[in-house]
Design a protein around this ligand. Structure first.
Ligand code: ZN
Length: 270
C-alpha cells in the first residue's frame, strides 16, 4: 500500500464546507503533509497570504488546480490567465500546475481545431512556465467530457502532446479519468519521467453524474492500488491527491469526518 506521507488533500474534496484556510488547518490537524488548492479559493484568500499560511502549517503544494481552458475564451485572454496561474503556482512552490485543456470551441464541431488551439496555447505559455520553474501537468479527462471540458482524452494523447511540446510539460494522471483505457498500463510505463501528479478517488458502479458523483476510494470499481503500483513502477514517488467531487455524499458530510475516512481508505485501498 502507498505510504501515508504521500497523501494530499485536493481541496475540491471538501469545497462545500471549508474555505482554503480551513483546509490548511484541517490538513495540519489530521497530519496530512500535502495540499492541492484551487485557484478560486486562492483568490478569495489572497495568494501571498495563502502561501505563507501553507508554509507555516508545514504543508507542501502537490499541484495547483488549474490552468488550461484554452477554448472557452478568446486566445489572448486564455494565455494571460494561464500566465497568472503559472505565477500563482510559483508563489506557492507547487510541484506543478494542473492543466485541464477545455472542450470544443464555441459553436463548433471542429475537434481538430480545438486540439490545435490547446497545443498553441500551451506552446505560447511554456517559455513563461520554464522561466518560473513551474511544470505544466496535462490531465487527460474521460472522453465523455470531450465536448465541454477536455479534448485531451487519453494518457497516450497527453504523452503525444508532451512529446510535441518538449521540456517543462508532463502529465497528471487521475484514476477516475484513465482507469477504463485498455492501453492504460502501457501508457503509464511510457510516461516514465513525465508523471507530475497522481489523483485518486473511485468510479461508482452506478454513477449518476460524471462530474460530481465521484466515490471514495474503495467504494467503486477502480483497481486503484494496481494503477498506483504501475505509476510507482514508472518512477513516480510524489504526492497522491485525493480529489472527490460528490454532491450526494462527501460534500454533505463534516469535513473532519471526510478527512478521517480519506486517510483510512488511503491506507487500505491506495
Ligand atoms: Zn484530477
Amino acid at each position: 500500500m502507498a505510504d501515508l506521507a504521500r497523501l494530499s488533500l485536493n481541496t475540491a474534496t471538501v469545497r462545500e464546507r471549508w474555505d482554503l484556510p480551513a483546509c490548511i488547518e484541517g490538513c495540519a490537524r489530521h497530519g496530512i503533509g500535502w495540499i492541492g488548492p484551487w485557484r478560486d479559493g486562492l483568490a478569495a484568500y489572497g495568494i501571498a497570504r495563502a502561501a505563507r499560511h501553507i508554509r507555516d502549517a508545514g504543508l507542501t503544494v502537490s499541484g495547483l488546480c488549474r490552468g488550461g481552458w484554452w477554448t472557452s475564451v478568446p486566445r489572448a485572454q486564455a494565455i494571460d490567465d494561464n500566465r497568472r496561474a503559472i505565477d500563482e503556482a510559483a508563489t506557492l512552490g507547487a510541484r506543478c500546475l494542473v492543466i485541464v485543456n477545455g472542450g470544443l470551441l464555441p459553436d463548433s464541431r471542429d475537434l481538430a481545431a480545438a486540439r490545435a488551439r490547446c497545443l498553441e496555447g500551451l506552446a505560447a505559455v511554456l517559455p513563461h512556465a520554464r522561466a518560473a520553474g513551474v511544470a505544466l501537468a496535462l490531465e487527460p479527462l474521460h472522453p465523455m467530457t470531450c465536448a465541454d471540458r477536455s479534448v485531451l482524452s487519453t494518457t497516450a494523447q497527453a504523452l503525444d502532446w508532451c512529446d510535441a511540446l518538449g521540456d517543462g510539460v508532463g502529465v497528471a494522471l487521475d484514476v477516475y479519468h484513465i482507469w477504463w483505457d485498455p492501453e492504460v498500463l502501457a501508457q503509464i510505463a511510457r510516461a516514465r519521467g513525465r508523471i507530475l501528479g497522481f489523483h485518486v478517488c473511485d468510479w461508482l458502479q452506478e454513477t449518476r453524474d460524471l462530474v460530481t458523483d465521484r466515490g471514495m476510494m474503495g467504494d467503486g470499481v477502480i483497481d486503484i492500488a494496481g494503477l498506483r503500483t504501475a505509476v510507482d513502477a514508472a518512477g513516480y514517488d510524489g504526492p497522491i491527491e485525493v480529489e472527490i467531487f460528490s454532491t450526494r455524499d462527501w460534500w454533505t458530510r463534516d469535513p473532519d469526518e471526510v478527512l478521517a475516512v480519506m486517510k483510512a481508505r488511503f491506507e487500505r485501498c491506495v
